[in-house]
Design a protein. Structure first.
Length: 215
């Protein structure tokens, strides 16, 4: 890699932003081009600065997941990395679904943060080992369910319909799914109607049962 990587740091905790800036600029291979305290500012600054990497907190005001969706869709060449205290599966998978390429925990030794971001820039994912096992378990379970569902229907579900179905299967309400996927409730209901029709079931309860492999 040659040149300086430009990084946007978004976190509502100013000392955390300061520590990250210090770690990156001490390395010499990075320039912190912007700092943001919330999702709205992160999106605006990203569109203005067009950084190489956005380092976002999951639970900052305005929601880091929502900011990820927006930044990834509008700046496809920018890589989004989450930096968070959350080890919750829901946050990890929501971030990856939104387009984040890596998920780092705030207990990371900041001395290795520059190398982690260089790995991200070169195309390697950086995810704590404690979370990788849960990802693999969920992936294999999800793939088995997908194969069973695909074999039972002639119509393909879209990626968004798969997301909605998976969240329904987790017990989420329409409003909760809307918040998670940054959609309107009416859009979620439309996706549910579409996936119910494609699966040939009578409603969301039967769709959930099919997802879980129950007859």
């Amino acid at each position: 890699m040659s040149g300086i990587l430009r990084v946007l740091v978004a976190d509502d905790h100013a000392p955390t932003r300061d520590d990250v800036r210090t770690a990156l600029e001490r390395d010499g291979g990075f320039e912190v081009c912007s700092e943001a305290p919330d999702a709205a500012r992160a999106i605006a600054d990203a569109l203005r600065e067009r950084p190489d990497i956005c380092l976002l907190d999951v639970h900052m005001p305005g929601n880091g997941i929502a900011a990820t969706w927006e930044i990834v869709s509008r700046l496809p060449s920018t890589k989004v990395v989450m930096l968070t205290v959350s080890e919750e599966d829901a946050d990890l998978f929501a971030a990856l679904q939104a387009g984040a390429v890596s998920y780092l925990l705030k207990d990371i030794d900041l001395r290795i943060l520059p190398d982690a971001l260089r790995d991200v820039w070169s195309g390697q994912a950086s995810i704590p080992g404690t979370l990788v096992a849960r990802m693999v378990e969920r992936f294999h379970g999800g793939e088995a369910r997908r194969r069973a569902i695909v074999s039972s229907t002639d119509e393909r579900l879209t990626s968004r319909e798969w997301q909605v179905l998976a969240l329904l299967a987790e017990g989420m309400s329409t409003q909760q799914i809307a918040q998670r996927l940054v959609l309107s409730a009416s859009a979620v209901r439309a996706h549910i109607s579409a996936l119910v029709r494609k699966l040939g079931v009578s409603g969301r309860d039967e769709a959930i049962a099919l997802f879980h492999g129950r007859s």
